[in-house]
Write a protein that binds this ligand. Structure first.
Ligand code: PL3
Ligand code: FE2
Ligand code: FE2
Length: 307
């Protein structure tokens, strides 16, 4: 597959620098923005390319790992790792940032559950499969709740609800209008690509307990992304125009969310440029699978730049 090297490093750089929107990057709610270091993206950047089709065997392993890890949380697993170059998971600053990041993840998993159930009302013949995906999201939510408990952190849920509210609103509007293509783009492509990239960057710097949970979750998220890709691919002829419009309305929201999470993510040793580069990589790969050409994808990203 040809990689659109000319377009994507530039787009990623623009996302990171916030160069294509007027004014400064959106600050994280109620935070000192000084913690966000803005650096140019190295080009060509090294990305962990996304593998989209996990085998059923891997899914089984992931579920087993997740359930085992949830069943036996141990605070002892989470302390003292900063000597290995990892964050100090017991520091006040780590716990403070984690209270918001963890809440975002819990809220995201809960909303993902609700969204798949809702999409099932728009595609009744798929309701059973969608309810299977929804149940996986609840399991993810329980896993991340256990991660917070393991670190002695209370998730800041009001913060997370506000964080998701623009995307949530757009999903609800599309749902009320019966726009299944838009709902699938928001949930099964944009949100799943966001989750996959964030979990991907989080795993190497997570505490041992959370790492096990997240490794199990991220494999499930590929299944969800795959679901959206396959449905949209099968319906591309009729979905194309709505997809482009939904992309124009929602991709800028994801960019803002990535900017909003940057300061807290950096306390967890997750860097903004890695998050954005990985997101763009996952998103680009998903749109290729759906059937867009690299040029069309670059145009979709460009349309979002001015949105
Ligand atoms: C879809 O299945 C779930 C959607 C969740 C959205 C995730 C947003 C991620 C924000 C940055 C999180 C870093 C990972 C930390 C994990 C505790
Ligand atoms: Fe999930
Ligand atoms: Fe998911």
């Amino acid at each position: 597959m040809a990689w659109p090297w000319m377009a994507w490093p530039w787009i990623a750089g623009a996302w990171i620098a916030g160069a294509w929107i007027p004014g400064p990057p959106t600050p994280r709610l109620g935070d000192d923005p000084a913690g966000t270091e803005i650096r140019p993206l190295a080009s060509p950047f090294s990305l962990g390319m996304v593998t989209v089709n996990p085998t059923p065997f891997l899914d089984l392993v992931a579920m087993t790992t997740l359930e085992t890890a949830v069943a036996s949380p141990s605070g002892a697993e989470a302390v003292g790792s900063h000597s290995l170059g990892l964050p100090d998971f017991s520091s006040a600053s780590y716990k403070d940032a984690y209270s918001r990041i963890n809440a975002i993840v819990i809220e995201g998993e809960q909303e993902a559950h609700d969204n798949y159930v809702s999409i099932g009302t728009l595609i009744p013949e798929q309701a059973e499969e969608l309810s299977r995906l929804a149940r996986m999201e609840l399991k993810h939510m329980r896993g991340f709740t256990a991660c917070a408990n393991n670190l002695g952190v209370t998730a800041d849920m009001p913060f997370a609800k506000e964080f998701f509210s623009p995307l949530h609103q757009n999903f609800q509007t599309a749902l009320a209008e019966g726009k299944v293509v838009t709902c699938l783009l928001i949930q099964a492509i944009l949100i799943e690509a966001f989750a996959i990239s964030a979990y991907h960057i989080y795993i190497p710097v997570a505490d041992p307990f959370a790492r096990k949970i997240t490794e199990g979750v991220v494999k499930d998220e590929y299944t969800h992304l795959n679901y959206g890709q396959e449905w949209l691919k099968a319906n591309l002829a009729t979905a194309r125009e709505e997809l482009e419009q939904a992309n124009r309305q929602n991709l800028p929201l994801v960019r803002k969310m990535l900017q909003q999470v940057a300061a807290d993510a950096s306390v967890l040793q997750m860097e903004q440029e890695d998050l954005m580069a990985d997101f763009l990589s996952s998103y680009q790969e998903a749109l290729v699978e759906v059937g867009f050409t690299n040029r069309e994808i670059a145009k979709m990203a460009a349309a979002a730049l001015v949105g």
